[in-house]
Design a protein around this ligand. Structure first.
Ligand code: PGA
Length: 244
Protein backbone atom coordinates (compact mmCIF):
# COMPACT_ATOMS: atom_id res chain seq x y z
CA UNK A 1 0.00 0.00 0.00
CA UNK A 2 1.46 3.35 -1.09
CA UNK A 3 0.99 6.02 1.53
CA UNK A 4 2.08 9.60 0.86
CA UNK A 5 4.44 10.64 3.63
CA UNK A 6 3.71 13.53 5.97
CA UNK A 7 6.26 15.70 7.73
CA UNK A 8 4.70 17.78 10.50
CA UNK A 9 6.51 20.46 12.48
CA UNK A 10 5.53 20.86 16.12
CA UNK A 11 6.76 24.27 17.25
CA UNK A 12 5.56 23.65 20.84
CA UNK A 13 5.68 26.90 22.89
CA UNK A 14 8.02 28.65 20.47
CA UNK A 15 7.36 31.43 18.00
CA UNK A 16 6.47 35.10 18.00
CA UNK A 17 5.17 37.32 15.21
CA UNK A 18 8.71 37.42 13.81
CA UNK A 19 8.49 33.68 13.05
CA UNK A 20 5.76 34.13 10.47
CA UNK A 21 8.21 34.44 7.55
CA UNK A 22 9.39 30.90 8.31
CA UNK A 23 6.48 29.50 6.38
CA UNK A 24 7.38 31.39 3.21
CA UNK A 25 11.02 30.34 3.68
CA UNK A 26 10.01 26.67 3.84
CA UNK A 27 7.61 27.05 0.94
CA UNK A 28 10.50 28.62 -1.06
CA UNK A 29 12.95 25.88 -0.12
CA UNK A 30 10.42 23.19 -0.95
CA UNK A 31 8.86 24.15 -4.24
CA UNK A 32 7.92 20.57 -4.91
CA UNK A 33 7.88 18.71 -1.63
CA UNK A 34 7.88 14.94 -2.10
CA UNK A 35 5.51 14.64 0.87
CA UNK A 36 2.63 16.40 2.61
CA UNK A 37 3.66 19.11 5.06
CA UNK A 38 2.02 20.54 8.17
CA UNK A 39 3.16 23.31 10.49
CA UNK A 40 1.79 23.35 14.04
CA UNK A 41 2.70 26.73 15.55
CA UNK A 42 1.43 27.99 18.90
CA UNK A 43 -2.25 28.93 18.74
CA UNK A 44 -1.40 32.64 18.80
CA UNK A 45 0.19 32.35 15.36
CA UNK A 46 -2.30 30.14 13.55
CA UNK A 47 -4.36 32.95 12.05
CA UNK A 48 -1.24 34.87 11.02
CA UNK A 49 0.40 31.88 9.36
CA UNK A 50 -2.64 30.26 7.74
CA UNK A 51 -2.97 30.96 4.05
CA UNK A 52 0.75 31.51 3.49
CA UNK A 53 1.37 28.38 1.49
CA UNK A 54 1.52 25.55 4.02
CA UNK A 55 -1.24 23.70 5.88
CA UNK A 56 -1.48 24.63 9.55
CA UNK A 57 -2.39 22.60 12.62
CA UNK A 58 -2.94 23.23 16.33
CA UNK A 59 -1.14 21.47 19.18
CA UNK A 60 -4.11 20.69 21.43
CA UNK A 61 -7.82 21.43 21.76
CA UNK A 62 -10.52 21.18 24.42
CA UNK A 63 -13.10 18.43 24.16
CA UNK A 64 -16.02 20.87 24.44
CA UNK A 65 -17.22 23.08 21.61
CA UNK A 66 -17.42 26.24 23.73
CA UNK A 67 -18.08 27.32 27.29
CA UNK A 68 -16.58 28.17 30.66
CA UNK A 69 -13.04 26.80 30.21
CA UNK A 70 -10.69 29.67 30.89
CA UNK A 71 -7.51 29.50 28.86
CA UNK A 72 -8.62 26.65 26.64
CA UNK A 73 -9.20 26.57 22.90
CA UNK A 74 -11.83 24.48 21.12
CA UNK A 75 -11.42 22.54 17.92
CA UNK A 76 -13.91 24.92 16.28
CA UNK A 77 -11.70 27.86 17.23
CA UNK A 78 -8.64 26.21 15.70
CA UNK A 79 -10.59 25.57 12.53
CA UNK A 80 -11.95 29.11 12.54
CA UNK A 81 -8.40 30.47 12.84
CA UNK A 82 -7.32 28.52 9.76
CA UNK A 83 -6.10 25.17 11.11
CA UNK A 84 -6.80 21.95 9.22
CA UNK A 85 -5.43 19.55 11.81
CA UNK A 86 -4.47 19.22 15.46
CA UNK A 87 -1.89 17.23 17.42
CA UNK A 88 -3.56 15.39 20.32
CA UNK A 89 -2.22 13.30 23.19
CA UNK A 90 1.34 14.60 22.94
CA UNK A 91 3.39 13.28 25.87
CA UNK A 92 4.08 16.85 27.04
CA UNK A 93 0.31 17.34 27.40
CA UNK A 94 -0.03 13.97 29.11
CA UNK A 95 2.80 14.82 31.54
CA UNK A 96 2.42 18.58 32.08
CA UNK A 97 -1.38 18.57 32.19
CA UNK A 98 -2.14 15.06 33.36
CA UNK A 99 -4.14 14.23 30.23
CA UNK A 100 -5.58 10.74 30.32
CA UNK A 101 -6.36 8.45 27.40
CA UNK A 102 -10.08 9.06 28.01
CA UNK A 103 -9.59 12.82 27.76
CA UNK A 104 -7.49 12.43 24.62
CA UNK A 105 -10.21 10.23 23.14
CA UNK A 106 -12.84 12.93 23.79
CA UNK A 107 -10.57 15.53 22.19
CA UNK A 108 -10.15 13.39 19.07
CA UNK A 109 -13.94 13.16 18.76
CA UNK A 110 -14.23 16.94 19.20
CA UNK A 111 -11.58 17.56 16.53
CA UNK A 112 -13.33 15.26 14.06
CA UNK A 113 -16.67 16.96 14.76
CA UNK A 114 -15.05 20.28 13.90
CA UNK A 115 -13.59 18.89 10.68
CA UNK A 116 -9.97 18.75 11.81
CA UNK A 117 -7.62 15.91 10.99
CA UNK A 118 -5.85 14.49 14.05
CA UNK A 119 -2.28 13.47 14.72
CA UNK A 120 -2.67 11.16 17.71
CA UNK A 121 0.54 10.69 19.72
CA UNK A 122 1.48 7.55 21.61
CA UNK A 123 4.76 6.44 23.14
CA UNK A 124 6.41 4.79 26.09
CA UNK A 125 8.70 6.22 28.76
CA UNK A 126 12.27 5.04 29.16
CA UNK A 127 11.39 2.98 32.24
CA UNK A 128 8.60 1.28 30.30
CA UNK A 129 10.97 0.40 27.47
CA UNK A 130 13.62 -0.84 29.90
CA UNK A 131 11.14 -3.13 31.60
CA UNK A 132 10.01 -4.57 28.27
CA UNK A 133 6.46 -3.21 28.28
CA UNK A 134 6.78 -0.59 25.51
CA UNK A 135 4.37 -2.35 23.14
CA UNK A 136 1.88 -3.04 25.90
CA UNK A 137 1.87 0.66 26.86
CA UNK A 138 1.52 1.89 23.28
CA UNK A 139 -1.17 -0.70 22.56
CA UNK A 140 -3.11 0.40 25.63
CA UNK A 141 -2.82 4.10 24.69
CA UNK A 142 -4.05 3.40 21.19
CA UNK A 143 -6.95 1.26 22.35
CA UNK A 144 -8.10 3.84 24.90
CA UNK A 145 -7.46 7.12 23.08
CA UNK A 146 -8.67 6.29 19.59
CA UNK A 147 -12.46 6.53 19.21
CA UNK A 148 -14.40 4.50 16.68
CA UNK A 149 -14.75 5.95 13.21
CA UNK A 150 -11.07 6.42 12.42
CA UNK A 151 -10.34 7.01 8.74
CA UNK A 152 -7.07 7.66 7.03
CA UNK A 153 -8.18 11.10 5.82
CA UNK A 154 -8.67 12.28 9.39
CA UNK A 155 -6.25 10.24 11.46
CA UNK A 156 -2.48 9.98 11.57
CA UNK A 157 -0.76 8.17 14.44
CA UNK A 158 2.59 9.45 15.73
CA UNK A 159 4.82 7.06 17.64
CA UNK A 160 6.93 9.22 19.93
CA UNK A 161 8.98 7.45 22.59
CA UNK A 162 8.96 9.94 25.46
CA UNK A 163 12.67 9.41 26.15
CA UNK A 164 13.59 10.35 22.58
CA UNK A 165 11.79 13.70 22.57
CA UNK A 166 14.22 16.61 22.64
CA UNK A 167 17.06 14.43 23.90
CA UNK A 168 19.01 13.73 20.72
CA UNK A 169 18.52 10.00 21.36
CA UNK A 170 16.49 7.73 19.11
CA UNK A 171 15.54 4.06 19.31
CA UNK A 172 17.40 1.67 17.01
CA UNK A 173 15.97 1.38 13.52
CA UNK A 174 14.95 -2.16 14.43
CA UNK A 175 12.98 -0.96 17.44
CA UNK A 176 11.25 1.80 15.45
CA UNK A 177 10.33 -0.63 12.68
CA UNK A 178 9.04 -3.17 15.17
CA UNK A 179 6.86 -0.66 17.01
CA UNK A 180 5.42 0.77 13.79
CA UNK A 181 4.57 -2.75 12.62
CA UNK A 182 2.93 -3.41 15.97
CA UNK A 183 0.87 -0.19 15.70
CA UNK A 184 -0.22 -1.11 12.16
CA UNK A 185 -1.34 -4.55 13.39
CA UNK A 186 -3.28 -3.02 16.24
CA UNK A 187 -4.94 -0.50 13.89
CA UNK A 188 -5.87 -3.44 11.74
CA UNK A 189 -7.77 -4.93 14.66
CA UNK A 190 -9.27 -1.60 15.79
CA UNK A 191 -10.33 -0.02 12.51
CA UNK A 192 -10.20 -2.83 9.94
CA UNK A 193 -7.59 -3.84 7.42
CA UNK A 194 -8.48 -1.36 4.66
CA UNK A 195 -8.24 1.78 6.78
CA UNK A 196 -5.31 0.43 8.78
CA UNK A 197 -3.33 0.01 5.58
CA UNK A 198 -4.00 3.65 4.62
CA UNK A 199 -3.46 5.40 7.98
CA UNK A 200 -0.09 7.11 8.22
CA UNK A 201 2.16 6.32 11.16
CA UNK A 202 4.78 8.98 11.84
CA UNK A 203 7.89 8.62 13.93
CA UNK A 204 8.72 11.49 16.33
CA UNK A 205 11.59 12.08 18.75
CA UNK A 206 14.88 13.78 17.82
CA UNK A 207 14.31 13.58 14.06
CA UNK A 208 16.94 15.67 12.29
CA UNK A 209 18.39 15.92 8.78
CA UNK A 210 21.12 13.39 9.67
CA UNK A 211 18.76 10.57 10.71
CA UNK A 212 15.52 11.31 8.85
CA UNK A 213 16.42 9.38 5.70
CA UNK A 214 17.09 6.05 7.38
CA UNK A 215 14.09 6.35 9.69
CA UNK A 216 11.66 7.31 6.91
CA UNK A 217 12.92 4.43 4.77
CA UNK A 218 11.51 1.89 7.25
CA UNK A 219 8.49 0.02 5.98
CA UNK A 220 5.75 1.28 8.28
CA UNK A 221 7.16 4.76 8.84
CA UNK A 222 5.21 7.31 6.82
CA UNK A 223 7.07 10.48 7.76
CA UNK A 224 7.80 12.32 10.97
CA UNK A 225 6.56 14.61 13.71
CA UNK A 226 9.44 17.01 14.19
CA UNK A 227 9.96 19.27 17.20
CA UNK A 228 13.27 21.09 17.62
CA UNK A 229 14.40 20.69 14.01
CA UNK A 230 11.11 22.15 12.75
CA UNK A 231 12.12 25.57 14.06
CA UNK A 232 14.81 26.03 11.42
CA UNK A 233 13.57 26.33 7.85
CA UNK A 234 16.73 24.70 6.45
CA UNK A 235 16.55 21.67 8.75
CA UNK A 236 12.81 21.22 8.34
CA UNK A 237 13.12 21.42 4.56
CA UNK A 238 16.04 18.96 4.54
CA UNK A 239 13.95 16.50 6.57
CA UNK A 240 10.94 16.92 4.27
CA UNK A 241 13.11 16.36 1.19
CA UNK A 242 14.02 12.82 2.25
CA UNK A 243 10.43 11.86 3.05
CA UNK A 244 9.56 10.71 -0.45
P1 PGA B 1 11.81 16.68 19.05
O1 PGA B 1 10.27 16.70 19.44
O2 PGA B 1 11.90 16.50 17.55
O3 PGA B 1 12.35 18.00 19.51
O4 PGA B 1 12.44 15.53 19.75
C1 PGA B 1 9.34 15.87 18.79
C2 PGA B 1 7.96 16.08 19.36
O5 PGA B 1 7.82 16.29 20.57
O6 PGA B 1 6.97 16.05 18.60
Amino acid sequence: MERRSLVAGNWKMNGLAASVGFVEDVADLLREAPCDLLICPPATLIARIAGRGLPIGGQDCHAAEAGAHTGDISAEMLRDAGAEAVILGHSERRTDHGETDAQVCAKVEAAWRAGLAVILCVGETEAERDTGIAKEVVGRQLAASLPGGARSDRLTVAYEPVWAIGTGRTPSLGDIGEMHGFIRDQLDRQVGADEAARIRILYGGSVKPANAGEIFALEDVDGGLVGGASLKAGDFSAIARVAG
